[in-house]
Design a protein around this ligand. Structure first.
Ligand SMILES: Nc1nc2c(ncn2[C@@H]2O[C@H](COP(=O)(O)OP(=O)(O)O)[C@@H](O)[C@H]2O)c(=O)[nH]1
Ligand SMILES: [Mg+2]
Length: 673
């Protein structure tokens, strides 16, 4: 690939709700610029940017993918992103390196939930934004309806640059409002035409509104406009570009990707009006926004150069690990294809293979280069699933495979629960987790089985009790003998286990006291009356008996275990359940539903507070067992408009009427192994 100066580079993230038409628009742009000889389709699974088998089987994007194209002496790096909530992390990463967020909105469906969420993110970042209303050819497409909904959601800075000629099946061209030119398309080829009479008046009004909107930003232009001076399209474009770069105006274009109508106008806009990356001279610095793990090629890191020029064989230091990394060959990705690059200049996107310890979110810089890049904040996964390899011998393989999978998908989190002994994988939703498991099989050859996540219940006691633990065995020669009298008492929540030795007069010889403690401790861990670990008890050994020949460490361990079990059973044992603290943010309209649902989940709302933008935050304490799948519940309660975090808070007694069910479920789970 040719090297382009920074001013001729455009980094454009295509974002928006799943199914809006991002991948198809990317394909249409690749085709229009001659990068590919024919257009693939998402449904046939042969587009450039949906190349994973997981994308083919589902017919939608799950990872970001690059599509650099050349147009009019510029290099436009399109980053196609997934729109579904489960895969939002890749959209977040793309927004971080883009200089323009191009929101793709379906002319049929209008502004949808993910579009709003992504808009909010881009706004928080101050990222320049523009909108393409696509699928203009489809039945029920309406440019004006979409425009109204854009304005009502995103305000008056929404500025149409075009109006469609025809709509639905008669959609055949666009009028460019900036220069009053009309184009109709045949087989993707535009030809200039007269503005159709039926839209001429609307065109005039919109043209004037657009031009006025542009010239107010520039005093000199304003004056000339008032003097009715001729202002060239180039001047208007340039001034509009300043507004776009400032994020004070959001141009709107329209197209049909499948019929290739208006695609060249979008390219024109990107070249003429979209901002170039900021030029930064100095030693090379690059940020890694995505890591792809290929089982054969290894890791490929996608990066953006934010300062200087990155060259082959450059040695850069990873700002997190402080390790040097040698960048051998540089290339650019187009979908899954690698295209060699001689160098990657400031502002451009590149890729590099085989870095030892670098991944998503890392910053690479020349020694001594000041590296001050805000961290890439990825969403926290909220849905757990427990996994195990289908075949027992794959245990070790699973650990390595998970490690590599997490390199590629840093949003996934792996946890090994020491109480339930489960390996738990946390993801953004069911599809995210399913795809993770499919990749474990496809890329790393480990077949996985899912099982319900077990809640780490615990046991404790409410009362005091005493018991005699006696172990006596006579076998042939010398036997086993030990007796330990134990007292159990409850301790406060979270205070843990305390062992007290109150034996006097050598009823149990000194050297066997540790064996008594060990016997108690082991039994607590293995499980109490209901089989769950015992916590928050004081155990006192206050008397005992021994035999000079038959007593041993073993006999006292066993005696203590028996005594502890008996005392526990008499001391009003109860189950404790973990309680999670949830912090939920939803649009105000959903507050009532959220509270009702929390109520039905035995939750206790701790407080609510408005957090701006029409949203409220609800904090609640809810039994963990009730919210393992809260991610799914919240999505369906709010149509995807809510978000939440959950953290372990504390343990509370499990209500008595639930004990039998919890015990039965645990037994069934244990037997299934
Ligand atoms: N009629 C029509 N269909 C389109 C157009 N763009 C996309 N589609 C269809 O809409 C569906 C979703 O498109 P896709 O590009 O996967 O959307 P994405 O999820 O935003 O990437 C696919 O079936 C496309 O064929 C268009 O301009 N016109
Ligand atoms: Mg897509």
């Amino acid at each position: 690939v040719k090297t382009f100066p920074t001013s001729k580079i455009r980094n454009v993230a295509l974002v928006g709700h799943g199914g809006a038409g991002k991948t198809t628009l990317t394909e249409a742009i690749l085709f229009t610029t001659g990068a590919i000889p024919r257009m693939g389709t998402v449904d046939a699974g042969n587009t450039v940017t949906d190349f994973d088998p997981e994308e083919h089987s589902r017919h939608y994007s799950v990872s970001l993918a690059l599509a650099p194209v050349e147009f009019d002496g510029h290099k436009i790096n399109l980053v196609d992103t997934p729109g579904y909530a489960d895969f939002i992390a890749d959209a977040v990463a793309a927004l971080r390196i883009a200089d323009l967020a191009l929101f793709v909105v379906s002319a049929v469906d209008g502004v949808e939930v993910q579009t709003e969420l992504l808009w909010r993110m881009a706004a928080a970042q101050g990222l320049p934004r523009a909108i393409v209303v696509t699928k203009m050819d489809k039945e029920r497409a309406s440019f004006s309806t979409v425009l109204d909904s854009l304005r009502s959601r995103f305000g008056a800075a929404i500025a149409p640059m075009e109006i469609p000629i025809g709509e639905e099946s008669s959609f055949r061209g666009v009028v460019s409002l900036l220069d009053d030119e009309a184009y109709v398309y045949e087989n993707g080829k535009p030809s200039a035409t007269e503005i159709p009479a039926e839209i001429a008046e609307q065109e005039h009004t919109l043209h004037d509104a657009l031009v006025e909107g542009i010239v107010v930003a520039d005093e000199e232009l304003m004056e000339r406009y008032l003097m009715e001076d001729e202002i060239s399209t180039a001047e208007l474009s340039k001034t509009l570009g300043i507004g776009v770069a400032e994020g004070s105006v959001f141009p709107v274009l329209c197209c049909s990707s499948t019929h290739q109508v208006g695609i060249d106008r979008i390219l024109r806009f990107l070249v003429d009006t979209a901002p170039a990356p900021a030029v930064a001279e100095g030693p090379a610095v690059a940020t890694v926004y995505k890591t792809i793990v290929d089982p054969y090629v290894g890791k490929i890191n996608l990066f953006k150069v934010i300062q200087g020029t990155v060259r082959p064989d450059h040695v850069l230091t990873n700002g997190r690990t402080l390790q040097d990394e040698k960048l051998h060959q540089l290339f650019t990705m187009r979908g899954k294809e690698q295209m060699p690059a001689a160098e990657v200049p400031s502002g451009d996107l590149g890729a590099v293979a085989k870095l030892a310890g670098t991944g998503t979110g890392d910053v690479l810089g020349e020694r001594g280069a000041p590296v001050d890049v805000p961290p890439l904040e990825l969403p926290q996964p909220t849905l757990p699933t427990a996994i195990r390899p289908k075949a027992k011998p794959d245990e070790d393989k699973l650990a390595t495979a998970l490690h590599r999978l997490l390199d590629e998908d840093p949003v996934l989190r792996r946890e090994v629960n020491s109480e339930t002994h489960q390996t738990v994988l946390w993801g953004m939703g069911e599809t995210h987790l399913n795809i993770a498991l499919e990749k474990l099989q496809r890329k790393f050859g480990v077949a996985i089985e899912q099982e319900p996540v077990r809640v780490p219940y615990r046991e404790t006691i409410l009362g005091n009790a005493e018991a005699e633990g006696k172990y006596k065995k006579q076998t042939g020669g010398h036997g086993q003998f030990g007796v330990a009298f134990l007292r159990v008492e409850p301790r406060g929540r979270g205070e843990g286990f305390e062992f007290v030795d109150a034996v006097v007069g050598g009823a149990i010889p000194r050297q066997f006291i540790p064996a008594v403690e060990k016997g108690v401790h082991e039994t607590m861990e293995r499980g109490g009356v209901h089989g769950f670990p015992v916590v928050d008890v004081r155990v006192t050994v206050y008397d005992g008996k021994y035999h000079p020949v038959d007593s041993s460490e073993m006999s006292f361990r066993t005696a203590a275990s028996l005594g502890f079990r008996e005392a526990m059973a008499k001391a009003q044992p109860i189950l404790l359940e973990p309680i999670s603290e949830l912090v939920i943010v939803v649009p105000e309209a959903y507050q009532g539903d959220i509270m009702g649902d929390l109520n039905s989940k035995r939750g206790r709302v701790q407080g609510t507070a408005p957090v701006g933008d029409g949203e409220v935050e609800v904090a609640a304490l809810v039994p963990t067992s009730e919210v393992l799948r809260y991610s799914i519940d919240l999505r369906s309660l709010t149509q995807g408009r809510g978000r939440f975090t959950a953290a372990h808070s504390h343990y509370d007694p499990l209500p008595a009427h639930l004990v039998d069910k919890v015990v039965a479920d645990a037994k069934a789970a244990a037997e299934s192994h």
